[in-house]
Design a protein around this ligand. Sequence first.
Ligand SMILES: O=C(O)CCC(=O)C(=O)O
Length: 341
Amino acid sequence: MRKYLSLIKNYIIFTFEFVSYLLFKQPSVKGYQSMINLFCLTGGASNDFFSKVISMFNYKKNANVESNLFGVQRSGDLDEIVEDINENGFHISKYRLPDKIIQEIVRFSKENKAKIRLMDDEIKLGKSEKGLAYFDAENLQAIRYDYMESDLINNKIVQDLMGDEFFVEIANRYLNSNPIIDITALWWHTNYSKNPDDNAATMYHFDMDRIKWLKVFIYITDVGPDNGPHCYVKGTNRTGSIPQGLLKKGYQRLTDDEVCMCYNSKDILEFAAPRGTIIFEDTRGLHKGKHVLNNPRLIFQLEFTNSLFGSKIKDPILKSVSSNSLKSAFRKYNKLLNYYI
Ligand SMILES: O=C(O)CCC(=O)C(=O)O
Protein backbone atom coordinates (compact mmCIF):
# COMPACT_ATOMS: atom_id res chain seq x y z
CA MET A 1 0.00 0.00 0.00
CA ARG A 2 2.83 2.39 0.93
CA LYS A 3 4.49 1.62 -2.40
CA TYR A 4 1.33 2.55 -4.34
CA LEU A 5 0.91 5.80 -2.44
CA SER A 6 4.52 6.64 -3.12
CA LEU A 7 4.06 5.82 -6.81
CA ILE A 8 1.02 8.05 -7.12
CA LYS A 9 2.70 10.88 -5.24
CA ASN A 10 5.84 10.72 -7.40
CA TYR A 11 3.91 10.49 -10.68
CA ILE A 12 1.95 13.60 -9.69
CA ILE A 13 5.08 15.54 -8.71
CA PHE A 14 6.92 14.41 -11.83
CA THR A 15 4.08 15.37 -14.19
CA PHE A 16 3.62 18.76 -12.55
CA GLU A 17 7.35 19.55 -12.54
CA PHE A 18 7.84 18.27 -16.10
CA VAL A 19 5.06 20.46 -17.49
CA SER A 20 6.40 23.40 -15.55
CA TYR A 21 9.89 22.67 -16.96
CA LEU A 22 8.46 22.70 -20.49
CA LEU A 23 6.88 26.08 -19.82
CA PHE A 24 9.64 27.85 -17.87
CA LYS A 25 12.79 25.82 -18.63
CA GLN A 26 13.84 25.93 -14.99
CA PRO A 27 15.41 22.75 -13.57
CA SER A 28 13.55 21.41 -10.56
CA VAL A 29 15.19 19.50 -7.74
CA LYS A 30 11.80 18.05 -6.75
CA GLY A 31 11.08 16.90 -10.29
CA TYR A 32 14.53 15.35 -10.62
CA GLN A 33 14.15 13.52 -7.31
CA SER A 34 10.71 12.21 -8.33
CA MET A 35 12.22 10.85 -11.57
CA ILE A 36 14.82 8.90 -9.56
CA ASN A 37 12.17 7.68 -7.08
CA LEU A 38 9.95 6.50 -9.93
CA PHE A 39 12.83 4.66 -11.59
CA CYS A 40 13.52 2.81 -8.35
CA LEU A 41 9.83 2.07 -7.75
CA THR A 42 8.97 0.95 -11.30
CA GLY A 43 12.28 -0.60 -12.35
CA GLY A 44 12.38 1.80 -15.31
CA ALA A 45 8.78 1.62 -16.61
CA SER A 46 8.28 5.30 -15.73
CA ASN A 47 11.25 6.33 -17.90
CA ASP A 48 9.89 4.23 -20.78
CA PHE A 49 6.49 5.84 -20.46
CA PHE A 50 7.76 9.43 -20.32
CA SER A 51 10.17 8.77 -23.21
CA LYS A 52 7.23 7.66 -25.35
CA VAL A 53 5.44 10.89 -24.48
CA ILE A 54 8.54 12.92 -25.40
CA SER A 55 8.86 11.04 -28.70
CA MET A 56 5.33 12.07 -29.60
CA PHE A 57 6.31 15.74 -29.39
CA ASN A 58 9.98 15.62 -30.25
CA TYR A 59 10.08 12.91 -32.91
CA LYS A 60 12.62 13.20 -35.69
CA LYS A 61 12.39 10.93 -38.70
CA ASN A 62 15.38 8.66 -39.31
CA ALA A 63 17.88 10.50 -41.45
CA ASN A 64 20.61 9.36 -43.81
CA VAL A 65 24.12 9.63 -42.47
CA GLU A 66 25.86 11.90 -44.92
CA SER A 67 29.11 12.86 -43.29
CA ASN A 68 31.05 10.94 -40.70
CA LEU A 69 34.54 9.89 -39.77
CA PHE A 70 33.82 6.22 -40.26
CA GLY A 71 32.34 6.00 -43.74
CA VAL A 72 29.12 4.42 -42.43
CA GLN A 73 26.27 5.02 -44.89
CA ARG A 74 23.87 2.11 -44.71
CA SER A 75 20.76 2.71 -42.73
CA GLY A 76 20.54 -1.02 -41.96
CA ASP A 77 23.92 -0.90 -40.17
CA LEU A 78 22.59 1.80 -37.87
CA ASP A 79 19.40 -0.15 -37.15
CA GLU A 80 21.43 -3.23 -36.21
CA ILE A 81 23.47 -1.15 -33.78
CA VAL A 82 20.32 0.31 -32.22
CA GLU A 83 18.79 -3.16 -31.92
CA ASP A 84 21.91 -4.38 -30.13
CA ILE A 85 21.75 -1.49 -27.66
CA ASN A 86 18.05 -2.14 -27.03
CA GLU A 87 18.72 -5.81 -26.43
CA ASN A 88 21.95 -5.74 -24.41
CA GLY A 89 22.34 -2.14 -23.26
CA PHE A 90 25.52 -1.55 -25.25
CA HIS A 91 27.16 -1.99 -28.61
CA ILE A 92 30.88 -2.15 -29.33
CA SER A 93 31.43 -0.64 -32.73
CA LYS A 94 33.43 -2.39 -35.41
CA TYR A 95 34.66 1.11 -36.33
CA ARG A 96 37.49 2.74 -34.40
CA LEU A 97 38.39 6.36 -33.97
CA PRO A 98 41.18 7.18 -36.46
CA ASP A 99 44.66 7.52 -34.95
CA LYS A 100 45.00 11.11 -36.19
CA ILE A 101 42.06 12.15 -34.03
CA ILE A 102 43.28 10.14 -31.04
CA GLN A 103 46.57 12.02 -31.25
CA GLU A 104 44.71 15.35 -31.31
CA ILE A 105 42.79 14.42 -28.18
CA VAL A 106 45.97 13.30 -26.44
CA ARG A 107 47.44 16.68 -27.42
CA PHE A 108 44.39 18.40 -25.92
CA SER A 109 44.94 16.45 -22.69
CA LYS A 110 48.53 17.74 -22.48
CA GLU A 111 47.71 21.35 -23.29
CA ASN A 112 44.75 21.76 -20.94
CA LYS A 113 44.34 21.55 -17.20
CA ALA A 114 41.94 19.05 -15.66
CA LYS A 115 39.89 19.21 -12.47
CA ILE A 116 41.27 16.95 -9.76
CA ARG A 117 38.22 15.10 -8.47
CA LEU A 118 37.98 14.68 -4.71
CA MET A 119 37.80 11.13 -3.45
CA ASP A 120 35.35 9.61 -0.97
CA ASP A 121 37.63 9.95 2.07
CA GLU A 122 38.43 13.56 1.27
CA ILE A 123 34.74 14.40 0.89
CA LYS A 124 33.98 12.72 4.23
CA LEU A 125 36.71 14.80 5.87
CA GLY A 126 35.23 17.97 4.34
CA LYS A 127 38.39 18.73 2.31
CA SER A 128 38.15 21.63 -0.09
CA GLU A 129 38.43 21.24 -3.86
CA LYS A 130 41.93 20.59 -5.21
CA GLY A 131 41.42 22.74 -8.28
CA LEU A 132 42.91 22.27 -11.74
CA ALA A 133 46.26 20.82 -12.81
CA TYR A 134 48.06 19.53 -15.86
CA PHE A 135 47.85 15.75 -15.71
CA ASP A 136 51.15 14.27 -14.56
CA ALA A 137 51.17 10.47 -14.33
CA GLU A 138 54.37 10.63 -12.23
CA ASN A 139 52.83 12.89 -9.64
CA LEU A 140 49.25 11.78 -9.15
CA GLN A 141 46.88 13.58 -6.81
CA ALA A 142 43.62 11.63 -7.36
CA ILE A 143 41.93 8.71 -9.09
CA ARG A 144 40.04 10.92 -11.49
CA TYR A 145 40.93 14.03 -13.49
CA ASP A 146 38.14 15.65 -15.51
CA TYR A 147 38.84 18.09 -18.34
CA MET A 148 36.63 21.15 -18.37
CA GLU A 149 33.59 20.84 -20.57
CA SER A 150 33.91 24.47 -21.67
CA ASP A 151 37.45 23.77 -22.97
CA LEU A 152 36.34 20.59 -24.70
CA ILE A 153 33.32 21.93 -26.56
CA ASN A 154 35.29 24.85 -27.96
CA ASN A 155 37.92 22.56 -29.48
CA LYS A 156 37.52 21.92 -33.21
CA ILE A 157 38.33 18.18 -33.07
CA VAL A 158 35.91 17.65 -30.20
CA GLN A 159 33.29 19.54 -32.19
CA ASP A 160 33.93 17.18 -35.12
CA LEU A 161 33.05 14.30 -32.80
CA MET A 162 29.99 16.08 -31.39
CA GLY A 163 28.71 16.60 -34.92
CA ASP A 164 29.61 13.21 -36.35
CA GLU A 165 26.41 11.94 -37.90
CA PHE A 166 27.28 8.33 -37.13
CA PHE A 167 26.89 9.17 -33.43
CA VAL A 168 24.06 11.65 -33.80
CA GLU A 169 21.87 9.47 -36.01
CA ILE A 170 22.32 6.43 -33.78
CA ALA A 171 21.23 8.63 -30.88
CA ASN A 172 18.25 9.86 -32.91
CA ARG A 173 17.14 6.30 -33.60
CA TYR A 174 17.83 4.98 -30.12
CA LEU A 175 16.07 7.85 -28.35
CA ASN A 176 13.34 7.97 -30.97
CA SER A 177 13.58 11.67 -30.48
CA ASN A 178 15.53 14.68 -31.76
CA PRO A 179 18.83 14.31 -29.83
CA ILE A 180 20.47 16.92 -27.59
CA ILE A 181 24.12 16.62 -26.53
CA ASP A 182 24.18 17.21 -22.78
CA ILE A 183 27.60 15.89 -21.78
CA THR A 184 30.95 16.21 -23.53
CA ALA A 185 33.66 14.80 -21.27
CA LEU A 186 37.22 13.55 -21.17
CA TRP A 187 38.85 12.12 -18.05
CA TRP A 188 41.71 10.10 -16.68
CA HIS A 189 41.28 7.21 -14.29
CA THR A 190 44.46 6.39 -12.38
CA ASN A 191 45.80 3.96 -9.79
CA TYR A 192 46.28 6.75 -7.21
CA SER A 193 44.43 4.78 -4.54
CA LYS A 194 44.29 1.07 -3.76
CA ASN A 195 40.51 1.02 -3.47
CA PRO A 196 37.64 1.74 -5.83
CA ASP A 197 36.00 5.08 -5.18
CA ASP A 198 32.35 6.11 -5.25
CA ASN A 199 33.00 9.66 -6.41
CA ALA A 200 35.36 8.55 -9.19
CA ALA A 201 32.63 6.19 -10.53
CA THR A 202 34.81 3.10 -10.11
CA MET A 203 31.95 1.34 -8.29
CA TYR A 204 28.85 -0.07 -9.97
CA HIS A 205 25.92 2.30 -10.40
CA PHE A 206 23.18 3.32 -12.79
CA ASP A 207 22.95 6.87 -14.10
CA MET A 208 19.67 8.75 -13.75
CA ASP A 209 20.27 12.37 -14.73
CA ARG A 210 17.77 12.41 -17.58
CA ILE A 211 14.67 10.53 -18.74
CA LYS A 212 16.45 8.70 -21.56
CA TRP A 213 19.95 9.07 -22.97
CA LEU A 214 22.70 7.31 -24.84
CA LYS A 215 26.39 7.53 -24.03
CA VAL A 216 29.23 7.11 -26.48
CA PHE A 217 32.51 6.14 -24.78
CA ILE A 218 35.75 6.25 -26.77
CA TYR A 219 39.02 4.86 -25.41
CA ILE A 220 41.87 7.27 -26.07
CA THR A 221 44.51 5.00 -24.52
CA ASP A 222 44.84 1.23 -24.85
CA VAL A 223 42.81 -0.46 -22.13
CA GLY A 224 43.94 -3.81 -20.78
CA PRO A 225 42.44 -5.60 -17.75
CA ASP A 226 44.62 -3.49 -15.39
CA ASN A 227 43.98 -0.11 -17.01
CA GLY A 228 40.40 0.34 -15.79
CA PRO A 229 38.26 -1.27 -18.49
CA HIS A 230 34.73 0.02 -18.62
CA CYS A 231 32.35 -2.61 -17.17
CA TYR A 232 28.67 -3.26 -17.88
CA VAL A 233 26.10 -5.76 -16.71
CA LYS A 234 24.53 -6.99 -19.93
CA GLY A 235 20.77 -6.46 -20.23
CA THR A 236 20.42 -4.17 -17.20
CA ASN A 237 19.14 -1.41 -19.50
CA ARG A 238 15.85 -3.31 -19.70
CA THR A 239 12.89 -2.50 -17.51
CA GLY A 240 12.70 -4.77 -14.48
CA SER A 241 16.24 -6.10 -14.91
CA ILE A 242 17.66 -4.51 -11.75
CA PRO A 243 16.23 -6.39 -8.75
CA GLN A 244 14.18 -4.48 -6.19
CA GLY A 245 16.76 -5.44 -3.56
CA LEU A 246 19.33 -3.25 -5.34
CA LEU A 247 16.90 -0.50 -6.34
CA LYS A 248 15.70 -0.21 -2.73
CA LYS A 249 19.10 1.25 -1.92
CA GLY A 250 18.17 4.21 -4.16
CA TYR A 251 20.58 6.21 -6.27
CA GLN A 252 23.64 4.60 -4.67
CA ARG A 253 26.90 2.97 -5.66
CA LEU A 254 26.98 -0.85 -5.35
CA THR A 255 29.82 -3.17 -4.43
CA ASP A 256 31.07 -5.86 -6.83
CA ASP A 257 29.71 -8.49 -4.40
CA GLU A 258 26.23 -7.01 -4.45
CA VAL A 259 26.23 -7.09 -8.25
CA CYS A 260 27.78 -10.58 -8.48
CA MET A 261 25.06 -11.96 -6.20
CA CYS A 262 22.32 -10.78 -8.56
CA TYR A 263 23.71 -11.66 -11.99
CA ASN A 264 25.24 -14.51 -13.88
CA SER A 265 29.01 -13.98 -14.15
CA LYS A 266 28.85 -14.32 -17.96
CA ASP A 267 26.74 -11.15 -18.08
CA ILE A 268 29.15 -9.05 -16.01
CA LEU A 269 31.37 -7.71 -18.78
CA GLU A 270 34.70 -5.89 -18.86
CA PHE A 271 35.62 -4.11 -22.07
CA ALA A 272 39.40 -4.39 -22.35
CA ALA A 273 40.11 -3.04 -25.85
CA PRO A 274 42.55 -0.96 -27.86
CA ARG A 275 42.50 2.82 -28.12
CA GLY A 276 39.95 4.13 -30.58
CA THR A 277 37.32 1.60 -29.41
CA ILE A 278 33.82 3.07 -29.43
CA ILE A 279 31.16 1.82 -27.02
CA PHE A 280 27.55 2.95 -27.32
CA GLU A 281 25.83 2.39 -24.01
CA ASP A 282 22.62 3.07 -22.15
CA THR A 283 24.04 3.76 -18.71
CA ARG A 284 20.65 3.28 -17.11
CA GLY A 285 22.13 -0.20 -16.85
CA LEU A 286 24.69 -1.08 -14.17
CA HIS A 287 28.20 0.00 -15.08
CA LYS A 288 31.47 1.34 -13.71
CA GLY A 289 35.04 2.09 -14.68
CA LYS A 290 37.05 -0.76 -13.17
CA HIS A 291 39.58 0.40 -10.64
CA VAL A 292 42.92 1.05 -12.37
CA LEU A 293 45.85 -1.07 -11.20
CA ASN A 294 48.46 -0.04 -13.72
CA ASN A 295 48.84 2.72 -16.36
CA PRO A 296 46.07 5.31 -16.40
CA ARG A 297 43.20 5.30 -18.84
CA LEU A 298 42.02 8.32 -20.86
CA ILE A 299 38.43 8.12 -22.05
CA PHE A 300 36.22 10.48 -24.06
CA GLN A 301 32.45 10.58 -23.71
CA LEU A 302 29.44 12.14 -25.38
CA GLU A 303 25.93 11.89 -24.02
CA PHE A 304 22.80 12.43 -26.11
CA THR A 305 19.44 12.88 -24.44
CA ASN A 306 15.78 13.26 -25.41
CA SER A 307 15.13 16.05 -22.87
CA LEU A 308 17.11 18.32 -20.56
CA PHE A 309 14.65 17.69 -17.74
CA GLY A 310 16.40 16.19 -14.73
CA SER A 311 19.69 17.03 -13.15
CA LYS A 312 20.66 20.68 -12.86
CA ILE A 313 21.85 22.35 -16.03
CA LYS A 314 25.40 23.68 -15.75
CA ASP A 315 25.38 25.36 -19.16
CA PRO A 316 29.01 25.52 -20.27
CA ILE A 317 29.36 28.11 -23.00
CA LEU A 318 29.90 27.25 -26.63
CA LYS A 319 31.69 30.33 -27.97
CA SER A 320 31.63 29.45 -31.65
CA VAL A 321 31.29 26.45 -33.92
CA SER A 322 34.43 26.00 -36.02
CA SER A 323 33.69 22.43 -37.14
CA ASN A 324 31.82 22.02 -40.41
CA SER A 325 30.53 18.62 -39.24
CA LEU A 326 28.95 20.17 -36.17
CA LYS A 327 27.53 23.06 -38.22
CA SER A 328 25.91 20.68 -40.65
CA ALA A 329 24.66 18.28 -37.97
CA PHE A 330 23.11 21.23 -36.12
CA ARG A 331 21.27 22.27 -39.27
CA LYS A 332 19.88 18.75 -39.55
CA TYR A 333 19.20 18.04 -35.85
CA ASN A 334 17.98 21.41 -34.65
CA LYS A 335 18.02 20.65 -30.90
CA LEU A 336 21.52 19.16 -30.87
CA LEU A 337 23.16 22.15 -29.16
CA ASN A 338 20.27 23.26 -26.94
CA TYR A 339 22.30 22.52 -23.81
CA TYR A 340 25.27 24.61 -24.88
CA ILE A 341 23.77 27.71 -26.50
O1 LIG B 1 34.90 5.52 -16.36
C1 LIG B 1 34.06 4.68 -16.72
O2 LIG B 1 34.33 3.71 -17.42
C2 LIG B 1 32.65 4.85 -16.23
C3 LIG B 1 32.40 6.21 -15.70
C4 LIG B 1 31.05 6.39 -15.17
O3 LIG B 1 30.33 5.48 -14.96
C5 LIG B 1 30.57 7.72 -14.83
O4 LIG B 1 31.30 8.71 -14.97
O5 LIG B 1 29.38 7.80 -14.39
